[in-house]
Design a protein around this ligand. Structure first.
Ligand code: C2O
Ligand code: CU
Length: 496
């Protein structure tokens, strides 16, 4: 019986059916790059600089400040940034490393950093009034924790989240397992997002559209990949690539399509999954991550566009939206690699036993707007500012039954713990995998099993459409002994 998730990170990976193309010596070995020189130069993320010589410690400085950022030629926005760029720098650690982040807030308002998905101690969770005081203008705070599980994570503020994330404050944290056995050398981390601004480069206000904007979830008109509008990636046709994708938009979903060419999903929020799944499109809702293998194919010299297709997450997301071009793959003139077989990446995951789990109903509603035109999302009948914490004993297993009784999808995120989705018979959904954010479609019930086996404290949960979170769809679960905080409500007041 596994008692901590930590044990899963060293569980076995079986990689089979690895057939590499025999075309040319460069292509003969797994772990060898097949990509053309400079293939990702115009798309790849800046990386944070590790100033600690200890190989098991990554120590960086990070500053939140305003900066002008060019998202496409001539299009400059005065964004809120980490270290002056959009998105923030990619932070890389190896599984088990210690990460130390000396954070300085040079914004004009309070902020914090939340390490989305990482099993951090509660003091490092970045929620003002619960896990730490807000970091005020001019102040610093040091985040210091172990990165216990391999996967792609991300970091973002937890103060006025819809505003601050929408204005540009987010970045990727890649926790790598050098022994994961995937063996695809050409790997790219893709931070998908969007931003809205006018001709003068002024950000679209966080309250644009009023209550209707909150209910829909505001989307910026500029769709970004690693901070750029429609960037281009060079590729040799037929050469496999591994894409680590995070949706850091505050509201926009990405249903990616590559002209019908297959995506092989090998992992999601909490690292590799039990076995690969091949599909023609992949959906990444806000806050989620995907680990996919692709083999983009086309005639030498041609291009292939990766698009975001229409997906109905609520009224207006299909009716008033267009398919978006997300990025372009430009094939070089090299002859295509024929019949490259992707590795079959498997992970042995022992599911948590649901026996004895407590059932926790979680009903999500959107009552009709009041006379004042205001709307609020509710969890079990109350918006966040009236909610009391859910309770869990340390060591307790719970099955959260999320009943989305609203006409909007809600990507439901729990801080601090991975969970496993269950079907209606309480059987784990296959292939097995660990999630921290699960999209619960409109008028749908989904359930998951979570084991609150460690790290007592008050942990947040909320919709990761951050306008919905700020509109009331948030709560906390108090794990183990301790007093619920009250002051956090001051930091998430109802909008005036
Ligand atoms: Cu990315 Cu409170 O979450
Ligand atoms: Cu929502």
């Amino acid at each position: 019986m596994l008692t901590t998730l930590r044990s899963f990170t060293i569980s076995g990976f079986v990689v089979g059916a690895l057939l590499w193309p025999g075309a040319g010596p460069a292509a003969a070995q797994p772990g060898t790059s097949l990509a053309p020189a400079g293939w990702d130069d115009t798309i790849k993320l800046r990386e944070a600089v590790d100033k600690n010589p200890d190989p098991s410690i990554v120590e960086i400085d990070l500053e939140a400040r305003l900066a002008e950022v060019e998202v496409s030629p001539g299009k400059v926005v005065k964004a809120w940034t980490y270290d002056g760029g959009l998105p923030g720098p990619l932070i890389r650690t190896k599984v088990g490393d210690r990460l130390i982040v000396h954070f300085t807030n040079n914004l004009d308002q309070d902020t914090t950093i939340h390490w989305h998905g990482v099993r951090v101690p509660i003091e490092m969770d970045g929620v003002p009034g619960i896990s730490q005081p807000p970091v005020k203008k001019g102040e610093t705070f040091t985040y210091d924790f172990i990165t216990p599980d391999a996967s792609l994570y991300w970091y973002h503020p937890h103060v006025m989240s819809a505003a601050q994330v929408g204005f540009g404050l987010y970045g990727a944290l890649l926790v790598e397992d050098p022994g994961d056995g995937v063996g695809i050398e050409d790997e790219l981390t893709l931070v998908l997002s969007d931003i809205g601004f006018d001709k003068t480069g002024t950000l679209e206000p966080a309250d644009s559209g009023g209550p209707a904007g909150m209910v829909f979830g505001r989307e910026g008109a500029y769709v970004l990949v690693n901070g750029r509008v429609r960037p281009t990636l060079k590729a040799r046709a037929g050469a496999p690539q591994r894409w680590r994708i995070v949706n850091a938009a505050k509201s926009r979903f990405f249903l990616l399509d590559m002209d019908g060419q297959p995506f092989v999903t090998i992992g999601n929020d909490g690292g590799l999954q039990e076995e690969p799944v091949t599909s023609g499109t992949v959906l990444i809702t806000t806050g989620e991550r995907l680990d996919v293998l692709v083999t983009p194919t086309g005639a030498p010299g041609s291009t292939l566009v990766v698009r975001a297709m229409l997906y109905n997450r609520g009224y207006g997301s299909v009716q008033y939206r267009d398919v978006e071009e997300v990025f372009t793959i430009q094939f070089t003139d090299e002859p295509p690699i024929k019949n490259a077989k992707l590795p079959v990446v498997r992970r042995t995951i022992t599911p948590t036993d649901p026996a004895g789990a407590t059932r926790v109903p979680v009903v999500l509603t959107l009552p009709p707007a009041g006379k004042d035109g205001e709307s609020e999302f509710r969890v079990n009948g109350v918006p966040y500012w009236e909610a009391k914490p859910f309770l869990a004993a340390l060591g307790e297993k719970q099955i959260w039954e999320i009943d989305n009784d609203s006409e909007w999808d809600h990507p439901f995120h729990l801080h601090g713990f991975f969970f496993m989705q269950l079907d209606e018979k309480d059987q784990p959904v296959r292939p097995l995998g660990w999630k921290d954010t699960l999209n619960v479609p409109m008028k749908t019930k989904l359930r998951f099993l979570v084991h609150f086996n460690e790290r007592p404290g008050e942990w947040m949960f909320h919709c990761h459409i951050l306008d919905h979170a700020d509109g009331g769809l948030m709560g906390t679960v108090l794990v183990g002994p301790g007093q619920p905080s009250t002051s956090q409500h001051e930091h998430h007041p109802r909008k005036p």
